[in-house]
Design a protein around this ligand. Structure first.
Ligand SMILES: Nc1ncnc2c1ncn2[C@@H]1O[C@H](COP(=O)(O)OP(=O)(O)OP(=O)(O)O)[C@@H](O)[C@H]1O
Length: 630
């Protein structure tokens, strides 16, 4: 028998006794029951003879032999090669719409997200979920000043002088966990991060581990996911386990089986077991207890992870982008000052979108659609993509790229989310208890649109769920309403309005019109099997004729983006626009779209702006900008 790598410890096991020794200089052997050791021959790395060998037996603390010293430099060169390989692979990102071979440099995209190192309480959560626009940015920036943490200090000692063995990095879907992991890998491999701290960093993706079949050891699992051979990995793990970092991405996606609780603890990196059992042995600290862990997860699986993971643990959360990071992202994306300014101003003038931009994947969607518009030479004054279309793109992106093995059909999932969202709006809730969620959504843990929180309630924990932001709750309500027949919809809207939720009602109405848009309707039907009920479209349009709320009308028309209908409505209802309500800066796009559709609207708007009440003056700089773009 020969083994191709040096063993630090070799166990020769007989049926009766086990004797251990440290290889290289001092090896004990014993015969199998009833037989002899048949002339074992030890030649450098080769051991011949009728012997049974178990690698890396527990208890090994690391002897440094002269032989090993030469291997240390061999290992160094293996790690160097590994780092080079990581750099060449991780320097690029493949975007969701990339064609084969199309890639973007990570450095041209990556923008520092806001990472907090604390659990927020119920009040703080509610505040984040309900605020929007400038208020929302204030909420974020108040946290960024004193509670934010940089990736390079994730493993630093705390004020008790304790450094964590395992760091949890929680974040909502699309908030940038995998992207941050890619950046950490890239920075480590290029010696910019954790250089002294970790000799080696392994990156394991849970969704890939799910696809591995059969029984596998840790070394085998690692060898599938990186360029190193099993032998190289074994050597590295044995050399200095306390300098090993495992980054495990997407714990929420790991398919856990009963085996992880039933199987006896295994401690050997070469012992085979179902892949999830092997991985959990690493998480629990049974295998390589001295090593370090960074595990990313959505909030829906954080409690399970916390129970499995070895200690001391540290909890951190990716909050997404602050206002400054959104601007930086746009700048990086467009790499052209004029286009960046145009795009950023567009988004800033839309309160809902600028708030949603704290979710990095939304920034990517918006920049991508705007770039397409710009390159097609679209006239910017015709407006940005509608808010609804961006939300639909977001839903499609998460369903297509961030969902593995949904337990139900997409249309059912969306419907159940809509029912939960509606109930929340009627009951004025943004946080839902478990009972309420399980009554409507069958499998909330695997739902990428829901977030889960644990709150301390006296001596217990309480689990609550929410949408990523109140605007998503409003969007999913509208998505549910749009497929109802006109009679039911009418009842629902009446109820919504009578609950005195004027701003919720207005937001749902805007999304409803956005969902009526022809392109959006087509996407929903084609991709997700969601149909607009035939009677509903007619009902909603009729309703708009009767509505006496000038700015809600303008926003609904903008979301619908049907020019001839907009003209018809505006001419019909000219009288309601003679009395302008106070303008907000965020009304610009909708207002300008209507100005485009109807000449008198434009004159009226400019006339009103000349009246310059304090609020009207807020809109002027933006209006002038648009005028100059013409
Ligand atoms: N820090 C960032 N800088 C630039 N873009 C980012 C950043 N974070 C995320 N993105 C963009 O958002 C997209 C989604 O991010 P990512 O895949 O990392 O989310 P995630 O948190 O891992 O989601 P999930 O939990 O669904 O797997 C990325 O493909 C990228 O376009």
């Amino acid at each position: 028998m020969s083994i191709s790598y040096i063993m630090h410890l070799v166990e020769f096991r007989t049926n009766q006794n086990i004797s251990r020794s440290h290889a290289g200089i001092n090896v004990n052997t014993a015969a199998r029951s009833g037989s002899n050791v048949t002339e074992p021959v030890f030649t450098n790395n080769t051991i011949a003879g009728n012997v049974h060998i178990i690698h890396n037996a527990p208890g090994f603390t690391g002897y440094r032999t002269s032989c090993e010293k030469t291997q240390t430099s061999a290992i160094k060169s293996v790690i160097l090669k590994y780092k080079k390989q990581i750099c060449s692979e991780y320097q690029y990102v493949t975007e969701y719409n990339s064609l084969p071979g199309e890639q973007v440099l990570l450095s041209e995209r990556f923008t520092q997200p806001l990472i907090l190192q604390k659990h927020r309480d119920q009040k703080e959560r509610e505040e984040e979920l309900r605020s929007s626009g400038e208020d929302f940015q204030q909420v974020l920036s108040s946290k960024s000043s004193d509670e934010s943490v940089h990736v390079n200090s994730l493993f630093n000692v705390d004020h008790h002088g304790i450094s964590p063995s395992a760091v949890i990095l929680q974040g909502n879907s699309g908030n940038g966990k995998s992207f941050t992991v890619q950046k950490i890998m890239m920075d480590w491999a290029s010696d910019k991060l954790y250089k002294e701290r970790f000799d080696i960093v392994f990156h394991l993706k849970c969704k890939e581990i799910n696809r591995i079949s059969g029984r596998k050891s840790l070394v085998e699992i690692l060898s599938y996911s990186c360029s190193l051979t099993s032998d190289e990995i074994s050597q590295i793990l044995q050399q200095s386990p306390e300098k090993v970092l495992f980054i495990i991405d997407g714990f929420d996606e790991l398919k856990l089986t009963q085996d992880i609780y039933d199987m006896s603890a295994h401690t050997d990196p070469l012992q085979k077991a179902p892949p999830e059992v092997t991985l959990c042995a690493v998480l629990k600290g049974h295998i390589l207890p001295e090593s370090f862990l960074l595990v990313t997860t959505r909030s829906t699986a954080t409690d399970t992870l916390g129970k499995l993971l070895k200690g001391p643990q540290r909890f951190t959360e990716i909050m997404g982008f602050s206002e400054k990071s959104v601007e930086e992202y746009f700048q990086k994306f467009f790499q052209n000052e004029e286009l960046f300014r145009k795009a950023y101003e567009c988004v800033r003038a839309n309160e809902t979108l600028i708030t949603a931009c704290s979710i990095p994947v939304i920034c990517w969607i918006i920049c991508t659609v705007l770039r397409e518009r710009f390159s097609a030479g679209a006239d910017i004054t015709s407006g940005l993509e509608t808010t609804t279309s961006i939300y639909v793109d977001f839903v499609s992106t998460l369903l297509e790229h961030h969902c593995q093995g949904l337990s139900q059909s997409v249309s059912r999932l969306l419907r159940s989310l809509g029912q939960l969202a509606e109930r929340g709006i009627l009951e004025e809730q943004v946080l839902f208890d478990e009972k309420m969620v399980y009554e409507t959504v069958p499998d909330p843990a695997s739902n990428p649109f829901l977030c889960k929180f644990l709150f301390k309630r006296r001596i217990r924990h309480e689990t609550m769920f929410s949408f990523m932001h109140l605007s998503f709750q409003e969007f999913f309500t509208a998505l549910y309403y749009i497929s109802l027949d006109s009679k039911t919809l009418k009842e629902k809207l009446t109820k919504l309005r009578s609950h005195d939720h004027e701003s919720r009602y207005a937001a749902v109405m805007q999304f409803l019109f956005g969902l009526l848009n022809e392109d959006v309707r087509d996407t929903l039907k084609r991709k997700h099997g969601v149909f607009v009920h035939p009677t509903t479209q007619k009902h909603l349009k009729e309703w708009l004729f009767k509505m006496y709320h000038s700015f809600l009308t303008v926003h609904c028309l903008y979301e619908l983006h049907d020019e001839s209908f907009a003209k018809e409505i505006l001419n019909e209802k000219a009288d309601i626009f003679l009395m302008y309500e106070p303008l907000r800066r965020t009304d610009c796009w909708a207002l300008l779209y209507c100005c485009q559709c109807c000449q008198w609207m434009k004159q009226l708007t400019l006339h009103c702006c000349k009246l310059t009440s304090e609020k009207l003056s807020m809109i002027l700089p933006v209006l002038h900008k648009f005028e100059s773009l013409r």
